[in-house]
Design a protein around this ligand. Structure first.
Ligand SMILES: *Cc1c(COP(=O)(O)O)cnc(C)c1O
Length: 359
């Protein structure tokens, strides 16, 4: 008899898989749990889709994504050979650990931050070194010197808080490992750190089309960094990691900065409305450079508020598995009508008799 677990790698047997936010497709449900963009992507995406010749689909896509990289190089004023394209930026994070670290070397990341980082480290049998943030989710600047690769989500998720450029530059003064700045939300922020790659060869910046470009469904992300590091990623990737349709859609979407910026602007305005309203409810809301808000409700537990909103068909995100996050909630900024519905629902909940913890 075969013991099935013996067929599986030890690190995978032990692995606690990443839990993505629920993907509810029911139209009656207001989905504010996975930081997707509520607005349509560039209309040029519709056009390119209707122009795609299906005979092209029998051929493999460009393994090097040259046309797409040209557009990104223009956008960031860098060279094509400083850009790598991934099947979502998640793929780039995973490839980085495989390309840059020996087994048992150390991966650093903030606690709390993107919960995928430690899981990727576990898969690759790397050491995880969490850097604890303080109770306001700020960093005191200290880190373990054995960290060889540091994932820095900036702005951070799930908190929405950014580190200042000064703090990052200060880190880079002494740090000799690789710094991967995950800028998934940079388009929603007042600033980004992409220019650091001009001066620091140990920095890689990752970006995604999933949030600001409203294209989570095509799975496309990219990173910018020193050519030597980018070459290493190209060496180990799957030959055709980004499909033809995705390359085409991503290219026209990035060319249309106007649509992306207008959607970002609308989201920021709605965010301000919700931010002020949550403050008015007496909740502890954190300043956000992203398309979501991170807050601690008062008068009701995070868990109860999450559950009661769900009963009202509004799904937000509750991370109950960590002591650092279990008292907080994260809500994605949807359309203005969705956010007004959310506000009304919270009002109903906190003025009702639902507030005693009966979990
Ligand atoms: C959404 C998100 C990603 C994932 O981006 P994809 O391109 O969809 O894989 C990466 N990092 C952070 C911090 C995110 O919030």
């Amino acid at each position: 008899m075969v013991f099935m677990n013996n067929l599986i790698k030890n690190s995978v047997n032990k692995l606690k898989a990443y839990t993505p936010g629920e993907q509810v497709l029911d139209k009656d449900i207001i989905k504010l749990n996975t930081n997707e963009n509520p607005y349509l992507p560039s209309p040029d995406v519709q056009d390119i889709l209707s122009m795609i010749d299906i005979s092209r689909l029998s051929k493999y896509p460009d393994p090097n994504c040259i046309e797409l990289r040209r557009v990104i190089a223009d956008l960031h004023n860098c060279n094509i050979d400083e850009i790598f394209i991934g099947n979502g930026s998640d793929e780039i994070l995973a490839l980085s650990l495989r390309a840059f670290l020996e087994r048992d070397e150390s991966v650093g990341f903030f606690e709390p931050s993107y919960s995928l980082y430690p899981i990727l480290a576990n898969i690759e049998e790397l050491r995880s070194i969490p850097i604890q943030l303080d109770s306001s989710f700020n960093w005191d600047g200290k880190y373990d010197k054995s960290i060889k690769l540091l994932f820095l989500a900036n702005p951070n998720a799930p908190t929405g808080i950014s580190l200042s450029e000064d703090k990052v530059i200060n880190l880079l003064k002494n740090y000799t490992g690789l710094l991967i700045i995950d800028e998934a939300y940079a388009d929603f922020s007042d600033y980004n750190l992409i220019s650091l790659i001009k001066n620091y060869s140990n920095v890689i910046i990752t970006r995604t089309l999933s949030k600001s470009y409203s294209l989570a469904g095509i799975r496309c992300g990219y990173c910018v960094g020193d050519k030597v590091l980018i070459d290493a990623l190209y060496k180990i990737k799957d030959s055709y990691n980004v499909d033809y349709i995705t390359q085409e859609i991503a290219r026209v979407a990035i060319l249309d900065q106007g649509t992306m910026n207008a959607n970002v602007q609308a989201i920021k305005e709605t965010k301000t409305i919700l931010y002020n309203q949550l403050l008015e409810f007496g909740f502890n809301v954190f300043p956000s450079n992203t398309n979501f808000l991170w807050f601690k409700p008062s008068g009701i537990s995070a868990k109860n508020l999450y559950k009661l909103l769900k009963e009202k068909n509004i799904v937000i995100r509750y991370f109950e598995n960590s002591i650092f996050t279990k008292d907080f909630l994260r809500v994605t900024i949807g359309t203005a009508p969705q956010i007004f519905k959310l506000i009304d629902s919270i009002k109903e909940i906190i003025s009702g008799d639902f507030t005693n913890d009966k979990s």
